[in-house]
Design a protein around this ligand. Structure first.
Ligand code: NAG
Ligand code: NAG
Ligand code: NAG
Ligand code: NAG
Length: 425
């Protein structure tokens, strides 16, 4: 920007214009990536890997278009209405992605649709695009979006689910079908937990008009095609992943907890500049969050399926929460969902109360990891040491309280329009 004064005027005007008109204060959203190549290819597939130029699990051009369109939709909903600024402002939106190529690329495609640069923001006038940062962390330490971080307790619960009578009956009922799938796919030991790998691959091939595996379109028991039956079983398998509140809490709870934390921050410091937290994940991420909210419809989320949780503030100063689900079934409309036990406009405190059991209090412990060393057990300190440590502690508390009071007094007069975000850097 050329002129700091001009910038100040723009900030001042738009900041105030937004603050008075709308009830919307904060948007949390998570979406599934777009159309992709298959994750795996079965040995007898007529379409082998050469059909997929970038290999497996990669966002296709169709997927890029889908997310570009979703970005445009978000622009219509949140930017064109004046909630967020038309030009990308780095402190207004925070983006975090699962560390898979397809999720990162989905986020980039989405942001291209949401933030076409104005002339001033272009770094090259021939390229109508500007780079926008997307944060990520390795899958093995991500319990929130990728959900690749190990959780022994969850694995145990999943195993138990698979051992239930209903699943064993299911296995019996479909024994011939699984055997048949083994024969035609070249993969042995097909069962409810692994057939999604065939169903999903067939789905990808169909979306890309590749050669059909003829058996997939043949009728099974005269009622449905093999492919249709596979998709149904795939949905069923999906529901087993979040079977019961503890499984939903362990997988969907971390993201729900983050949403709540974001909203609490916003409510406590209304001047926090962030207006949107955007998360890029998988079908499992979206389904886990919906399950934690008690809103999963037992249909595995489509490409670009999005869960939005908005924080609003009404004129009487109370905060409430709105939930929406967007998928392709309803033509990309944001369909309002109501948290069980609450109204659609759910008072924030009630939202927190109702979802309390769905948010982990200590995820690692609840997953069954032991307490970290040194936190428990006797340390063998003598009484003298304990007394002197106690006295030192007391002194520190007195000092901290004193300093806090002084700082608070100074803060009262400080001007911090953008909270912890530094606008000038
Ligand atoms: C699978 O193949 C085996 C060996 O060829 C055959 O005996 C069996 O009947 C086949 N099962 C089905 C369900 O097609
Ligand atoms: C499904 O098959 C896999 C091997 O492909 C096996 O590890 C798993 O235990 C089976 N699950 C059930 C429910 O039989
Ligand atoms: C597949 O075929 C349909 C129908 O002809 C067409 O609308 C669609 O664009 C095609 N998709 C791709 C990826 O080529
Ligand atoms: C799309 O969302 C609507 C509204 O929540 C839901 O009824 C429908 O089942 C969803 N479709 C799929 C394929 O998930």
């Amino acid at each position: 920007m050329k002129n700091k004064w001009c910038l100040f005027v723009v900030f001042y005007v738009s900041f105030h214009a937004c603050l008075c008109a709308e009830t919307l204060r904060l948007v949390n959203l998570v979406y599934r990536h777009g159309d992709r190549s298959p994750i795996e290819i079965f040995p007898k597939d007529v379409n082998q890997i050469e059909k997929w130029p970038q290999g497996l699990g990669w966002l296709s051009k169709i997927g890029m278009k889908q997310h570009y369109a979703l970005g445009q939709l978000l622009k219509t909903r949140y930017i064109d209405t004046g909630f967020m600024k038309e030009e990308y402002r780095r402190y207004e939106i925070s983006i975090e992605s699962s560390d898979e190529d397809r999720c990162l690329m989905s986020a980039y495609s989405n942001l291209a649709g949401m933030y076409p640069p104005d002339d001033d923001q272009k770094f090259n006038h021939d390229i109508p695009w500007q780079p926008i940062p997307v944060h990520t962390r390795p899958a093995y330490e991500d319990n929130m979006l990728n959900m690749g971080e190990a959780c022994p307790r969850y694995d145990e619960l999943l195993e138990k689910t698979m051992e239930t009578f209903a699943i064993q009956e299911e296995e019996k009922r479909n024994k011939m079908f699984y055997q048949y799938l083994g024969n035609v796919s070249g993969w042995d030991h097909e069962n409810i937990s692994n057939i999604w790998r065939i169903a999903d691959t067939l789905y990808c091939e169909k979306s890309h008009n590749l050669t059909v595996n003829t058996w997939a379109d043949q009728k099974w028991n005269n009622t449905q095609t093999v492919f249709e039956k596979l998709r149904k079983l795939e949905n069923f398998q999906f529901t087993l992943l979040y079977n019961g509140s503890e499984m939903s809490m362990l997988k969907g709870g971390p993201l729900l907890g983050r949403y709540i934390e974001n909203m609490k921050n916003k409510m406590q410091f209304l001047n926090v500049a962030t207006r949107m937290y955007m998360y890029s994940g998988h079908d499992t991420t979206v389904a886990a969050l919906l399950s934690a909210l008690g809103l999963f419809n037992d249909v595995s989320p489509q490409y670009t399926a999005t869960v939005v949780v908005e924080l609003h503030e009404d004129p009487s100063k109370s905060f409430y929460v709105n939930i929406f689900y967007k998928n392709q079934t309803y033509n990309d409309k944001f369909v309002p969902l109501t948290l069980p036990g609450c109204a659609f406009d759910c008072p924030f405190d009630q939202f927190v109360k109702l979802t309390k059991g769905a948010v982990p209090t200590d995820w690692k412990r609840q997953c069954g990891y032991p307490e970290p060393k040194g936190k428990s057990g006797s340390s063998g300190l003598s009484t003298g040491w304990i007394v002197s440590i106690g006295l030192t502690g007391l002194l520190v508390v007195v000092l901290v309280v004193g300093i806090t009071c002084v700082v608070k007094e100074q803060r009262k007069h400080a001007n911090m329009p953008y909270g912890r975000f530094d606008v000038s850097s």
